[in-house]
Design a protein around this ligand. Structure first.
Ligand code: 5GP
Length: 177
């Protein structure tokens, strides 16, 4: 069986500091307006839950579920599929897509196209992590907590084969065959 090696990458305290900062920036940028946070499942659930607590605005929350990885892989298949749609109307709203990580950008490119047809007032992207060196689609997050190099990471919502999502900090994962 393959061995999983987890190395600490981003600790709890720095995550909570950065997430709080993002919430405060969003509160400032949308002052006097309402926002709709849409978490991209499953990876963004822990980030969204902490982010939402530091947003001082009238805030709706919803989720959307997409899939682009198949089984035990650490690279995207490149084909994004919608698994479960948002349960709220988007027309006229300040939509903030909340992602765990932007890698190739294909997922957010797909979601932006899918959701812009529903006429939100604004669409912004808020991501916990960004791997700009891996970008294929032209996606620039409006809010990003950490830019990271091309490493596969898990924890704080992010998984490998649906494991490690519950870890409170972020780890680099290496798989030894
Ligand atoms: P993209 O479409 O930008 O290539 O990929 C976005 C999705 O790929 C993320 O939402 C996440 O699920 C997955 N992903 C990309 N890089 C990583 C990584 O380093 N770790 C984990 N766990 N998932 C990743």
């Amino acid at each position: 069986m393959a061995e999983h090696i987890l190395e600490p990458f981003i600790g709890k305290d720095i995550i909570s500091e950065k997430v709080k900062e993002l919430g405060e920036r969003i509160s400032k940028d949308f002052k006097g307006e309402k926002v709709l946070l849409v978490g991209v499942l499953k990876g963004a659930w822990m980030f969204l839950s902490d982010l939402a607590k530091s947003i001082d605005l009238e805030t709706e929350i919803s989720f959307i579920s997409v899939s682009s990885y198949v089984g035990e892989k650490t690279t995207t298949s490149g084909v994004v599929r919608l698994m479960c749609d948002i349960d709220r109307p988007l027309e006229g709203k300040n939509l903030i897509l909340v992602e765990d990580i932007v890698d190739t950008g294909l997922t957010l490119n797909y979601l932006k196209k899918l959701l812009s047809v529903r006429k939100p007032k604004t669409i912004s992207i808020c991501t916990l992590l960004d791997k700009p060196s891996r970008r294929v689609a032209h996606i620039n997050p409006d809010y990003c907590a950490f830019e990271i190099p091309d490493e596969f990471v898990v924890g704080y919502g992010l998984d490998f084969n649906n494991m490690y999502r519950n870890l409170p900090e972020i780890y680099k994962l290496t798989i030894k065959k």
